[in-house]
Design a protein around this ligand. Structure first.
Ligand code: SF4
Length: 51
């Protein structure tokens, strides 16, 4: 069964109906050497729509 990623960032070009359609996403630490909560992570695959 394929993994599904629910994502509410609907302004991303990979987003369709609050679901990520990218074949793979890359998630990185967000200005942190060692993340301790989800605020310290970010989706690097995000691309704005219409660009
Ligand atoms: S690429 Fe990242 S930001 Fe864009 S829809 Fe997928 S999970 Fe959300």
């Amino acid at each position: 069964m394929p993994n599904k990623i629910k994502c509410t960032v609907t302004e991303c070009q990979y987003n369709s109906a609050v679901e990520c359609g990218a074949p793979m996403i890359q998630v990185e630490r967000n200005n942190s050497g060692s993340a301790s909560n989800s605020d310290q992570t970010k989706c690097e695959t995000f691309k704005p729509k219409h660009m």
